[in-house]
Design a protein around this ligand. Structure first.
Ligand code: UDP
Ligand code: MG
Length: 318
């Protein structure tokens, strides 16, 4: 039984050795208990620091360590895809390099899959400790909105940390879309998932790569990727405005006929024009967002471009 650990790394030179130490400790323990072999796949997502150098060093020391280095920063979603594609394991786990996803949970997760009842062991954190309150607020809001709009369930607080069986990995890989929103993809493919809960852990070294703006764009990605409800919403708003306009016309005509009152109204007119053109632009924006994603999708650009892997790296000193 081979277990692949896929680790996306973007500027993680400080965390990687710590991660490797902890992961190999767990690997040794699981070799005893489950007879499991391991491979570690570090995906260097176009880092500017010594991430690739550390990966090479680890590979030289331990041949279970493999790596893929991207030609530039493609984002965590691409890194996960590349790692899954390279993985050879019967079971594949994805973990952050910063030890926010404790490898110590792996034995328990594997036990769940070995019962045959479940195909995937996923994790969610129960607290958002150590996170700015404003970010937690918007995160909660996002989960509420997307779960109202989309049939695909997106679990609040779900981490990307999960252990999957081979058939689920293949299903995820078969979704070759360019705009990747992992949380949605994992849920969309289905399979039986058991959730493990744990308390949020702070990263061991380095700093988070996400700022508010990036998270906001990521949330739009999730919504556009997994529901078309906003398009219907735009149509509904249009319909509501038409009906409102019809009622207003009646009111104005009746008032003019019965009372001879030519409604005066520069201010009201300006307000109506502003409101209506605002709504129109907003709805066009929604349509544009879908069009843009479609445009990116039909170009069929690769999800990632690898510069070197441990197999073709001239500097891989074995
Ligand atoms: N990551 C990546 N590419 C990116 C951004 C992040 O591969 O463009 C990796 C990063 O190295 C880490 C994981 O994704 O292993 C999660 O990132 P981070 O810890 O910054 O996110 P957070 O835990 O704060 O949500
Ligand atoms: Mg982290």
């Amino acid at each position: 039984m081979l277990i692949s650990l896929v680790v996306p790394c973007y500027n993680e030179e400080e965390s990687m050795p710590l991660f490797y130490a902890e992961a190999s400790r767990v690997a040794a323990q699981m070799k005893e208990s489950h007879g499991a072999e391991f491979e570690f796949i570090f995906v260097d997502d176009g880092s500017r620091d010594g991430t690739l150098r550390v990966a090479r060093e680890l590979h030289a020391k331990d041949e279970r360590v493999r790596y893929i280095s991207f030609a530039r920063n493609f984002g965590k979603e691409s890194a996960i895809y590349a790692g899954l594609q390279a993985s050879k394991g019967d079971y594949v786990a994805m973990l952050d390099a910063d030890l926010q996803d404790p490898p110590a949970l792996l034995p328990e997760m594997l036990d769940t899959l070995l019962t045959g009842e479940y195909d995937c062991a996923a994790t969610r954190r129960t607290t958002r400790q150590g996170e700015p309150p404003i970010r937690s607020f918007f995160a909660r809001l996002f989960y509420r909105i997307i779960n109202k709009m989309s049939d695909t369930e997106i679990v609040d607080g779900a981490r990307d940390y999960r252990l999957m069986c081979r058939s689920m990995v293949d299903a995820v890989l078969s979704m070759g879309e360019y705009n990747r929103f992992s949380k949605g993809i994992f849920s969309w493919v289905g399979f039986r998932t058991k959730w493990f809960e744990y308390v949020n852990v702070e990263r061991v070294a380095g700093e988070t790569k996400w700022n508010f703006w990036k998270l906001f764009l990521y949330s739009i990605e999730g919504i556009v990727g997994f529901t078309t409800a906003p398009l219907a919403l735009a149509a509904l708003v249009g319909l509501a405005f038409c009906m409102l306009a019809f009622v207003m016309i009646l009111v104005v005509v009746v008032r003019a006929v019965l009372f001879g009152d030519p409604t005066s109204g520069w201010p009201s007119l300006v307000c109506i024009i502003l409101l209506c053109s605002g709504v129109q632009l907003f709805c066009t924006g929604i349509v544009g967002e879908y069009l843009a994603k479609t445009y990116l999708e039909v170009k069929h650009r690769p999800i990632y471009i690898a510069r070197v892997t441990e197999q073709n790296d001239p500097a891989a000193n074995r």
